[in-house]
Design a protein around this ligand. Structure first.
Ligand SMILES: Nc1nc2c(ncn2[C@@H]2O[C@H](COP(=O)(O)OP(=O)(O)OP(=O)(O)O)[C@@H](O)[C@H]2O)c(=O)[nH]1
Ligand SMILES: [Mg+2]
Length: 445
């Protein structure tokens, strides 16, 4: 079943390389849509024929592309029992990019079209194989950089029934309320509306709970950037190396050692974190160092978190960068912290990047301040969050109106809640939705 309102999708035969481009054990070329198995059969001269291949079966076949003959495994899926809900084929060949490209070129020369990024998943959504939250979870699952992000994306799929339950309750309540309002001769005051209110309330609780658990999951998906900044010689590169657990950046006693920004990605509390080591900030006439300082300032501006490092054994010469996204760290505690630095920075974390003393405390502070993500967190896109928040808002209005016996008002807002949440389960698949969700997927997904 293909929806009428599709602008960019028509169920025609599409193909794409579904494995990464490059050399690998196997490359998988995927096809979906009307007549796709026939296109593979004809253009690749597949033997024995797979035209009558059974659904969910794989066949070892011989095929030809130009003068190349080779062997492949063809897995056949038949509509509607496939990922997209259409006829599909997955063609596994030797993982050579030249071969994969030749096959795809032959297929597109013979009537197939190159799939747009995410088009397979978009077709799955259009054909009712998955709802919007599930489709987005496909993206988050593929993109997850940490085990924690992966778990959260799969947990989200597992919890979709809660949102489906909320939707069913909203729908049910709307029908009941409309029935009540259709019979004005009955005295509404005498009608027991408490079960109706309970139903609306329950759906509201389910949705609010989902929103709350998905609210702070952005760092799990997008990761965070931490810039280590401060005066020259404060020990920034030493701290950078300690966080990484390797001698990545050059450390010397000469002030102004680091010029370029050095970047590395690690995982802290299941969050992918990009750490930047930057040039020490001071007044400098040296053009190379000046450029380094300019870049350091840009990195500080763009980072989610700044660790401003101070050599605590000396008086400071720069006013520290300090805002709600900054952690001030007094370094070189092994050679002593000046009284004035203690006094001026009472909330600072005091460490020795050289010996590692108190390093754990810095990590704990980072986690507590910026990386607090609930253990049962979910991942949802901004778009889904807006839909859910709009639904929750309408439900609140409904409950308020019900409590005041303004049943007409309640009906209008309940209707709106029903429409909002419907966008998750029966989305209008069009170019806008494609741009918002599927465009960022890999080709072949
Ligand atoms: N005693 C002591 N020395 C440290 C500590 N951290 C760094 N140092 C020393 O301080 C000097 C400068 O360290 P770096 O890590 O290069 O400092 P930086 O802030 O990156 O310096 P620039 O790149 O020049 O801005 C080196 O000699 C380090 O060994 C520390 O915790 N204790
Ligand atoms: Mg340095």
């Amino acid at each position: 079943m293909i929806q009428k309102n599709l602008k960019i999708f028509s169920g025609d035969g599409i193909v794409a390389l579904s494995t990464p481009v490059g050399r690998s054990a196997i490359a998988v070329i995927r096809g979906s849509g009307e007549g796709i198995i026939e296109i593979f059969q004809r253009s690749l001269k597949i033997r024995p024929s797979i035209l009558n291949g059974e659904a969910n079966h794989s066949y070892v076949v011989d095929f030809e592309v130009g003068e190349i003959s080779d062997r492949a495994v063809a897995t056949i899926y038949r509509a509607p029992r496939s990922y997209t809900g259409e006829d599909m084929i997955e063609f596994s060949v030797h993982g050579n990019p030249v071969l994969a490209e030749a096959i795809i070129r032959t297929l597109t020369d013979n009537g197939a079209r190159l799939a747009e990024p995410g088009e397979f998943t978009m077709r799955a959504t259009a054909n009712g194989k998955m709802n919007i939250i599930e489709a987005e979870a496909v993206f988050y699952t593929v993109e997850a950089q940490t085990e924690r992000a992966l778990k959260a994306s799969r947990r989200t799929v597992k919890d979709i029934p809660e949102i489906a339950d909320a939707r069913a309750r909203i729908h049910d309540a709307l029908i009941k309320l409309s029935t009540i309002l259709e019979f004005p001769e009955d005295d509404i005051d005498e009608i027991d509306t408490s079960s109706l209110c309970a139903e609306i309330n329950d759906s509201s609780v389910l949705i609010e709970n989902f929103i709350e658990r998905a609210e702070c999951s952005t760092p799990l998906v997008n990761g965070m950037t931490i810039a280590i900044a401060g005066e020259v010689n404060a020990g920034k590169s030493t701290l950078f190396n300690r966080i990484l657990g390797m001698e990545r950046a050059i450390v010397t006693p000469h002030p102004g050692t680091t010029r370029d920004i050095i970047e590395a990605t690690i995982e802290i509390s299941g969050v992918p974190v990009k750490i930047l080591d930057t040039a020490g900030i001071r007044d400098s006439a040296h053009p190379v160092e000046t450029e380094g300082i300019r870049r350091a300032k840009m990195a500080m501006r763009d980072a989610d978190i700044v660790i401003w490092l101070i050599d605590a054994s000396k008086p400071i010469t720069q006013i520290p960068h300090n805002d709600e996204n900054t952690i001030i760290v007094l370094n070189k505690s092994d050679i002593g912290v000046l009284e004035e630095n203690f006094k001026n920075f009472p909330d600072a974390v005091i460490i020795s990047a050289l010996t590692g003393n108190n390093f754990e405390k810095l990590l704990i502070k980072l986690e507590e301040k910026f990386l607090k993500i609930p253990a049962d967190s979910l991942i949802a896109s901004e778009r889904t969050m807006t839909i859910l928040k709009n639904t929750a808002e309408e439900l609140k209005t409904t409950i308020d109106a019900m409590n005041k016996n303004f049943f007409d008002v309640a009906q209008v807002s309940l209707e709106r809640a029903d429409l909002f949440i419907g966008e998750i389960f029966e989305p209008e698949i069009d170019g806008d939705l494609y741009d918002e969700i599927f465009k960022n997927f890999c080709i072949g997904k």
